[in-house]
Design a protein around this ligand. Structure first.
Ligand SMILES: Cc1cc2nc3c(=O)[nH]c(=O)nc-3n(C[C@H](O)[C@H](O)[C@H](O)COP(=O)(O)O)c2cc1C
Length: 415
């Protein structure tokens, strides 16, 4: 008998879930609306913690960005951005607002988690991460997925929080080695992660691989991690991610012992996804040749994106006075260096171009950096093309159920 995803369940403590997690997509691409649909349908949805102050400004009429810009306006023309700090009270407040509003709206048997990226160093890596993690726990998030970084100190930061043992806490890794480091470092907290997301080389967003990502394979890494856990007698659910495009792809992972799957790219063209409609059409129309993995992200991690993303080559002034999420512990970001270099080379130019790095904060916030999974070029096979050549957006429910019930490598088109 052909099996399907719905024949399996993801067990997290006392929760029994449809084994489909929608991955976090910053900045507000995986919206509350998208995550809430996953929860309503019995799975797990992620909201993202990336740049929440600007997200809450947009959603809930706060004015965090304006307040910060007013404070640092004097620095706009300065090529040195080391002065710019986040107000921890505002960082916490933005997280509290977004998480509590989302959790209040939650219906159904599933869960909503928060994707928290360590690489958002915010010119005070420890303090700002701790503020974001604690605020999310206090605001009632069901779980937190530690992403974009090794997170060697993250459990210790929150071990005194009353919800440290009750909230679900998971980690994203791309190798057994990263998992070993994390587990060793956290022995002291006497708390294992509740789940491990294994992100392979075909995922969207930042990659835990170099530009040699093609040498790696998600199924192989998944099996390695499962063997390691077995040898260590650790019973932790394993959730592969990256390039799982159909229900049949997901079922194959569940059949080899994965507890669930994390998926994202298929939901970028859902109505509930935060990308603007015209950008969703770019995702639909993309071809394999239009997608690349490059080094333009100042995080230092390679990232997969559409080659014609407006962010690539854009020489806008660094937006640190408003944002500044990628400023490292010393107030530096590699885009600032690239930008200053081009300004020095072309002192009289009205407009400069910067190709080696991009201003990730501003461009992600404005949906100008079109990151996607490797199989984004198959999105056109998942929807109906309309008379004007555009594609009809899908409902998140349709995509979710296609993963849940799909068999025989087929993708169901909406009725
Ligand atoms: C548009 C987009 C944005 C993403 N942003 C993030 C992010 O902010 N943090 C993160 O940990 N992963 C991010 N990811 C990765 C996804 O959460 C997910 O693990 C991965 O894309 C799954 O592979 P798939 O897209 O092939 O299904 C992003 C993926 C996409 C497509």
């Amino acid at each position: 008998m052909t099996r399907k995803v719905d024949d399996f369940r993801l067990r997290l403590g006392k929760h029994e879930l449809v084994p489909i997690m929608i991955g976090g997509m910053g900045v507000d691409i995986s919206t509350a609306e998208l995550a809430l649909e996953a929860a309503r349908l019995g799975g797990v949805g992620h909201i993202s913690d990336a740049m929440l102050p600007t997200v809450t400004d947009r959603r809930y009429d706060t004015d965090f960005v304006k307040t910060k810009l007013t404070q640092y306006k004097y620095n706009l023309e300065n090529s040195d951005k080391t002065d710019i700090k986040f107000d921890l009270g505002q960082v916490s407040e933005a997280t509290r607002l977004h998480v509590s509003k989302t959790m209040e709206a939650k219906r159904g048997p599933g869960m909503v988690f928060l994707n928290v990226m360590e690489k958002l160093t915010m010119n005070a890596p420890r303090e700002t991460l701790k503020a974001r993690l604690e605020a999310a726990l206090s605001a009632g998030i069901d779980g937190i997925t530690l992403a974009a970084g090794l997170h060697l100190g993250s459990f210790a930061m929150i071990e005194d929080h009353p919800r440290f043992r009750d909230a679900k806490l998971g980690i994203i890794v791309s190798s057994v080695r990263a998992l070993q480091l994390f587990l060793r470092k956290n022995v002291r907290s006497n708390r294992l992660p509740d789940y491990i997301v294994i992100e392979g080389p075909l995922a969207g967003g930042h990659l835990g691989f170099g530009l040699d990502w093609q040498k790696y394979d998600l199924a192989t890494i998944t099996l390695e991690v499962m063997e390691y856990l077995k040898a260590e007698k650790l019973d932790i659910p394993v959730i592969p991610a990256g390039g799982i495009f159909t229900g049949s792809d997901a079922t194959r992972f569940l059949e080899i012992g994965a507890a669930g799957v994390q998926v994202a790219t298929r939901f970028t063209v859902a109505k509930e996804c935060g990308l603007p409609s015209d950008v969703k059409q770019e995702y639909f129309k993309t071809s394999e040749a239009d997608i690349e993995v490059n080094n333009v992200s100042p995080t230092g991690y390679p990232m997969r994106m559409l080659k014609h993303s407006p962010a690539i080559g854009s020489g806008i002034r660094p937006g640190c006075e408003s944002y500044g999420y990628l400023l490292d512990a010393n107030g530096r970001c590699s885009y600032i260096d690239s930008y200053n270099r081009e300004i020095a080379l072309h002192p009289d130019a009205k407009k400069i171009e910067v190709y080696d790095k991009t201003c990730l904060c501003t461009h992600m916030r404005n949906f100008k950096l079109w990151t996607c999974g490797h199989y984004a070029y198959r999105l056109k096979d998942t929807a109906r093309k309309q008379a004007d050549g555009s594609y009809e957006l899908l409902s998140a429910e349709h995509v979710f159920k296609d993963y849940q019930f799909g068999t025989d490598n087929r993708i169901a088109l909406p009725e």
